[in-house]
Design a protein around this ligand. Structure first.
Ligand SMILES: NC(=O)c1ccc[n+]([C@@H]2O[C@H](COP(=O)([O-])OP(=O)(O)OC[C@H]3O[C@@H](n4cnc5c(N)ncnc54)[C@H](OP(=O)(O)O)[C@@H]3O)[C@@H](O)[C@H]2O)c1
Length: 383
C-alpha cells in the first residue's frame, strides 16, 4: 500500500492518493475559465505552461489539478533544481523530462506556475515576467508588494482584471498563504453579508504545509516512536509525531510568527480593508495533509447562525458539514484531496451580545485549494 507521505507523488509513482471517506459532501470546483477554453487540454491554440518546483508537494499537485480541470496547454515545461534534472514524469500520456531552472527557462512560456520557495521566486519570478510570462507565485515573495494582485478567485478576481494573457506583457500574481485562503473562503461570504470587524483565528496545520520532506519526516517519526526509537528531527527542531507545537515560521519582534502575520496582512489586502482587525495563533499538528482552523468572527450587523449556514451552503468552493446530532464536523482527512473548503461548528458566539458574533470551524486541503488549485483557478481567469 502506498504511504500517506508519498501519496502526493502520484505522477512519479503512478498511483493516485486515495481518501477512505465518502465524497458525498463534495462537489467538483467549477472551472472559472470561459466555456470554450477548456476540455481539450493539449491544443496548439492554448497557452504554453511552465511548472517551477514540479517535484515538490505543490508542484505535483499542480499537475493533478491541471489534469483534473482539463486546463488547456500547448506545452508544459517541468522545472526544478539541478538535483532533479533528468527525472521523468508521465503527464496525460506524454513523457516529460524535468529541466533545471535557469534564466533561459521562460522563453515562449505564457503562464509560469511557481512553487519552489520564496528565494527562487524572488530571483526567477521577475526574469519570467520580463520574458512576457504571467507568473502565478505560491511563495510569499511578492504577496504584499503594491501592484502585485493577491487573489482568491472566489473572493477578489477583480484584483487581476487588468492582467491579460497574450498582451506581450508579463506580470506577477501572488497566491495567498494557504491558511489565509482556507479562512477567507469561509469568512468572505459572511463578511459580504454582515461585514466582519474582527476575526480571531487559531490554526491546526498539517505536515504537508511544510512540503514533501516534512510529510516524510512525520511518517518516519511516527514509525520510530512506535518502535521505541529516538525520532529523526531534520525538518523541524522538535518531535512532531504524537506532539504539536507553535508554527515553525520565524518569530517576529511583536511575538507573532510570520505565518500569523500573513493571515493578518493578507486578509487586509484581499478584502481591501486596512481597518479589519485580525489576530491569529498558528500551530503545527501531526496531521499528514489539510489544515483546520477555528475562526471567531465579530460583525458590524447582526447575522444569526441559520442565515450564516444558508449563506455558506450557497458559497462557491465551500461545503457545510455541520451535523450536531451525530457530532460530525469537518476533519482534515475528509477534506484531503478535495477542492472544497469544509465549514462546520457554526454557532452563535455566546460571549457577544445579540447576533454580532459567530464561531466556525474550517478545514481545507492546503496543497490543493490552499496552493495548487487556487493558482490554477487564477490561471483560468487569464484564459
Ligand atoms: N505545501 C503547501 O501546502 C504550500 C501551500 C502554499 C504555498 N506553498 C509554497 O510553495 C512553495 C513550495 O512548497 P512545497 O510544499 O511544494 O515544497 P517542497 O515539497 O519542498 O518542494 C520544493 C520544490 O522547489 C524545488 N526547488 C528547490 N530549490 C530549487 C532550485 N534551486 N531551483 C529550482 N527548483 C528548486 C524543488 O526541486 P527539487 O526536488 O529539485 O529540490 C521542489 O520541486 C513554497 O514557497 C511554499 O511556501 C506551499
Amino acid at each position: 500500500m502506498q504511504s500517506a507521505a508519498v501519496a502526493h507523488r502520484h505522477f512519479l509513482d503512478g498511483g493516485a492518493a486515495a481518501s477512505s471517506f465518502p465524497l458525498s459532501h463534495f462537489k467538483p470546483t467549477p472551472s472559472t475559465a470561459s466555456p470554450f477554453s477548456v476540455r481539450m487540454s493539449l491544443r496548439e491554440d492554448a497557452p504554453s505552461l511552465a511548472v517551477v518546483g514540479v517535484t515538490g508537494a505543490v508542484g505535483q499537485e499542480f499537475l493533478s489539478v491541471l489534469s483534473d480541470r482539463s486546463f488547456p496547454y500547448r506545452s508544459i515545461k517541468m522545472l526544478a533544481s539541478k538535483r532533479s534534472a533528468g527525472k521523468k514524469y508521465t503527464f496525460e500520456d506524454n513523457e516529460y523530462v524535468v529541466e533545471e531552472l535557469t534564466a533561459d527557462s521562460f522563453k515562449d512560456v505564457d503562464i509560469a506556475l511557481f512553487s519552489a520557495g520564496g528565494s527562487i521566486s524572488k530571483e526567477f519570478g521577475p526574469i519570467a515576467a520580463n520574458c512576457g510570462s504571467v507568473v502565478v507565485d505560491n511563495s510569499s515573495a511578492f504577496r504584499m508588494d503594491d501592484g502585485v494582485p493577491l487573489v482568491i478567485p472566489e473572493v477578489n478576481p477583480d484584483a487581476m482584471a487588468h492582467i491579460k494573457l497574450g498582451s506581450g506583457k508579463g506580470a506577477l500574481i501572488a497566491n495567498p498563504n494557504c491558511s489565509t485562503i482556507i479562512c477567507l473562503m469561509a469568512a468572505t461570504p459572511l463578511h459580504r453579508r454582515a461585514k466582519v470587524l474582527r476575526m480571531v483565528v487559531s490554526t491546526y496545520q498539517a505536515a504537508s504545509g511544510a512540503g514533501a520532506a516534512a510529510m516524510e519526516e512525520l511518517e518516519l517519526q511516527t514509525r520510530e516512536v512506535l518502535e521505541g526509537k529516538r525520532p529523526t528531527c531534520k525538518i523541524f527542531k522538535q518531535q512532531y509525531a504524537f506532539n504539536l507545537f507553535s508554527h515553525n515560521a520565524p518569530v517576529l519582534p511583536n511575538g507573532y510568527n510570520e505565518e500569523e502575520m500573513k493571515l493578518v496582512k493578507e486578509t487586509r489586502k484581499i478584502w481591501n480593508d486596512k481597518d479589519i482587525k485580525v489576530t491569529a495563533t498558528c500551530i503545527r499538528v501531526p496531521v499528514m495533509r489539510a489544515h483546520a482552523e477555528s475562526v471567531n468572527l465579530q460583525f458590524a450587523s447582526p447575522l444569526d447562525e441559520n442565515e450564516a449556514r444558508d449563506i455558506l451552503k450557497k458559497a462557491p468552493g465551500v461545503v457545510v458539514i455541520d451535523d450536531r446530532a451525530s457530532n460530525h464536523f469537518p476533519t482534515p482527512l475528509e477534506v484531503s484531496n478535495k477542492d472544497d473548503v469544509a465549514v462546520g461548528r457554526i454557532r452563535r458566539d455566546e460571549s457577544q451580545d445579540g447576533n454580532y458574533g459567530l464561531d466556525i470551524f474550517v478545514c481545507g486541503d492546503q496543497i490543493r485549494k490552499g496552493a495548487a488549485l487556487n493558482a490554477v483557478q487564477i490561471a483560468e481567469l487569464l484564459l
